[in-house]
Design a protein around this ligand. Structure first.
Ligand code: CA
Length: 230
């Protein structure tokens, strides 16, 4: 079994605790970044692609609740958040989950426990997902390699299917042009118009026959599926 190495943002204003956690996790192959206040945590979490954010509840500047809420509001992808708290009341747990924490750990905790939870959270997103991805009107069957919208079959060629499958897997995150190009062609992309022409073909069957577009261009960035009819 290969050991999972993950990239963690540890947000903790108690220096001794942060040092303890690092001294345990780093020799086990994990990479840690640190923030000691909420504002710093928020900007790091939005800037980098962490597998997990371990977030203390009581923090200077912005507290953990606000950081978690703002990450959810502002991030284009789902950032797994494990909330740490010294309090052990049910109310705090409920509040933590309501604000979008994925998991919860009460201080004091065993460092092994922290590692197990972090690895589990990071895997939740990378596990082979369901055979069928259902996103509102859009259904992608990854085994049959078919797509339907509002029940109607969408006739896609191979690359068109792969574009849509990848956007569906990444939903609600925006996928950049370079990421999508790499996904389709690896290190040897054809000329830059190739992606554009495949996107055009996907739109012709996915969006044109319907009243509103699902495949949206995010200007200067890439593409995202928008599944809410406006
Ligand atoms: Ca604290």
């Amino acid at each position: 079994m290969t050991k999972t190495r993950i990239h963690i943002l540890l947000v903790e204003d108690e220096e001794a605790l942060a040092e303890n956690v690092a001294a345990f996790l780093e020799p086990r192959g994990h990479t840690l970044d640190f923030a000691t206040d909420g504002a710093q945590a928020l900007s790091l979490a939005l800037e980098h692609h962490y597998d997990v954010v371990v977030l203390d509840l009581g923090l200077p500047r912005l507290d953990g609740r606000d950081v978690c809420r703002l990450i959810r509001e502002k991030s284009t992808r789902h950032v797994p958040v494990l909330m740490l708290t010294a309090r052990d009341s049910l109310d705090d747990k409920v509040l933590g989950f309501e604000l979008g924490a994925d998991d919860y750990l009460t201080k004091p905790f065993a460092l092994e426990e922290l590692e197990v939870r972090c690895v589990a959270l990071s895997r939740r997103l990378t596990l082979p997902t369901e055979r069928v991805i259902e996103l509102g009107p859009l259904v992608v069957d990854r085994q049959r390699r078919t797509v339907t919208r509002e029940g109607a079959p969408i006739a896609l060629r191979n690359l068109g299917y792969r574009i849509l499958e990848y956007l569906a897997e990444s939903y609600p995150r925006t996928v950049t042009r370079s990421e999508l190009t790499y996904k389709l062609w690896g290190d040897e992309p054809p000329d830059s118009d190739a992606l554009r022409s495949h996107i055009y073909q996907v739109r012709a069957v996915l969006d044109k026959p319907f009243t509103w577009p699902i495949l949206k261009t995010v200007s200067g960035v890439g593409f995202v599926l928008d599944l809410e009819e406006v």
